[in-house]
Design a protein. Structure first.
Length: 233
C-alpha cells in the first residue's frame, strides 16, 4: 500500500508532510492497521516487532484527529527519556501543523498551559496526576496512544497504567485508543480488555537470527544461516 492510496482518508496537510519526509510506501503493519479501521476511529492493539512502523500508525490516528477537529492527542510512554525522544520527533515532523508539548514533571499541577497544546506526550504517572487534578482540557482528547502497553504486566508501573486506562475509557468513551507493543504474551486477551481490534505482523526491516557465541565466533542455526544468506542476496 502506498501513501497515495489513502490520500482521500487523511487530511491533505498530513499527506504533504509525510511525503516531504520521504514516506511514500507503507509497511505491512501500517497497511494492516489501516485495513483494520485505523483511519475510521477503531480501537487497535498493534503487536509487531521493533522498527516495524508502530509509531507512524499512532501518528496517522493522532494527526487525523487533530487536523479534522476530532480533538487533541495524548501519547503515553513509560519513561521520561522516551517522552523526550517522541516529543522531539513529533515537533520536528508536525511543527507546522500542530503544537506538541511534553509533560512529565510536577505531579501536583494541572498544568493549564497544556490547554494550548494539540499533541501531548506524557508518562502514565503524569497523566494520572492530571486526571486527579481535573485538567480542564482532558474532555477535548480525541486520541489516546499507549506505547509499550505490555507494561500493564509490570509489577511497578502496571497498576497505575491499568487504573489510568480504565478511567480514560470511562471519561472519554468516544476517544480512539491505539495501544502499541513489540512483546505481548497474551495479545488477544489484552485486545478484548481494551475493546480493540488486534493487529499482528512479523515483518521487520532486518532479519533476526539466533546463534551461540563460542570460541570467538557466533554459530547460527542452519535455518538462520539460510535466512541471512537470502537477505544478503
Amino acid at each position: 500500500m502506498r501513501l497515495a492510496d489513502i490520500k482521500d482518508k487523511i487530511p491533505a496537510q498530513l499527506v504533504e508532510t509525510l511525503s516531504a519526509d520521504g514516506i511514500d510506501e507503507l509497511r505491512p503493519a501500517q497497511e494492516k492497521a489501516i485495513d483494520a479501521g485505523l483511519l475510521d476511529g477503531t480501537h487497535l492493539l498493534v503487536c509487531t516487532p521493533t522498527a516495524s512502523g508502530k509509531t507512524l500508525i499512532a501518528e496517522f490516528a493522532a494527526m487525523k484527529g487533530i487536523l479534522s477537529g476530532k480533538g487533541r492527542a495524548v501519547y503515553i510512554v513509560p519513561l521520561v527519556a522516551l517522552a523526550s525522544e517522541k516529543a522531539r520527533h513529533f515537533k520536528s515532523r508536525y511543527g507546522k501543523l500542530c503544537t506538541t508539548t511534553m509533560s512529565v514533571g510536577d505531579l501536583d499541577s494541572a498544568e493549564p498551559k497544556l490547554s494550548q497544546s494539540d499533541f501531548i506526550v506524557c508518562t502514565a504517572e503524569k497523566l494520572d496526576s492530571l486526571l486527579r487534578h481535573h485538567a480542564p482540557w482532558l474532555p477535548q482528547v480525541g486520541t489516546i496512544i499507549i506505547d509499550e502497553v505490555h507494561l500493564l504486566n509490570d509489577a511497578e508501573r502496571g497498576p497505575t497504567l491499568e487504573v489510568l486506562l480504565t478511567l480514560l475509557r470511562q471519561l472519554l468513551p468516544k476517544a480512539q485508543i491505539i495501544a502499541l507493543s513489540a512483546t505481548i504474551g497474551n495479545p488477544r486477551a489484552l485486545a478484548d480488555w481494551l475493546g480493540a481490534t488486534l493487529v499482528e505482523d512479523s515483518w521487520r526491516p532486518v532479519t533476526l537470527a539466533k546463534g551461540v557465541y563460542l570460541d570467538d565466533a557466533i554459530h547460527f542455526d542452519e535455518e538462520d544461516e539460510k535466512a541471512k544468506d537470502k537477505k544478503g542476496k
